[in-house]
Design a protein around this ligand. Structure first.
Ligand SMILES: [Zn+2]
Length: 202
């Protein structure tokens, strides 16, 4: 059975939550559908624990700011709009607070690809700090993704926001979810290198 766009967004949100790819405090997921954006609602984590139904998904125009007035429009939604307006090949956007990525956001260190599966994303850079939910954050993310259009077309490009989380633009939602998990596992491997260095080689 084909999933509707709203069902797909709900499924991806629940999957991210179950796999520690985001948390109660935040994250948001959207899809471009022609001139429209479909996006997970405000407080999807804190109030709904990522148990979303198709009726929870918010839809509106990408080109206008009307959604900013919607009471359930995600507070990070302005970043999603900015990405769709600036990157025509971006068909999906994920923002998340992944368990193994957050230490890099706090330390403001990039995620270097150490697994073969992460090479195609290149180095995941940290952007300058700007407050959550701000237009300044949206602008900084657009600036940091500029130049990564080929990676967006291939699968998904990502940047890290200090003290906050990861923002990704991808060619479709499942490809972007796949990239999120690969980057998270890659981060887990980097975090464990100091422990591994203590172990005997043979
Ligand atoms: Zn967030």
């Amino acid at each position: 059975m084909d999933r509707t766009i709203a069902e797909l967004i709900a499924y991806v949100g629940q999957t991210m939550f179950e796999r520690n790819l985001t948390d109660f405090s935040g994250g948001n997921i959207s899809i471009r559908d022609g001139d429209l954006i479909h996006i997970s609602p405000r407080f999807a984590g804190s109030k709904q624990h990522w148990h979303l139904g198709p009726e929870d998904i918010i839809t509106g125009e990408i080109a206008s700011d009307a959604l900013l007035e919607h009471p359930r429009f995600s507070r990070e939604g302005r970043t999603h709009l900015a990405i769709y307006r600036n990157f025509p090949d971006a068909q999906a956007v994920i923002h998340a607070h992944p368990l193994y990525v957050l230490p890099f956001c706090v330390a403001e260190k990039p995620i270097i690809p150490v697994l073969e599966s992460g090479q195609k994303f290149g180095k995941i850079d940290v952007i300058p700090f700007s407050p959550a939910h701000s237009q300044e954050l949206a602008d900084n993310i657009v600036k940091a993704l500029t130049g990564k259009e080929e990676i967006i077309r291939k699968q998904a490009a990502a940047v890290l926001a200090p003290k906050h989380g990861i923002f990704m633009a991808g060619k479709d939602l499942l490809a972007t979810l796949d990239a999120l998990e690969r980057i998270s596992w890659n981060a887990y491997c980097i975090l464990n290198q100091p422990i591994m260095a203590q172990l005997p080689n043979a």
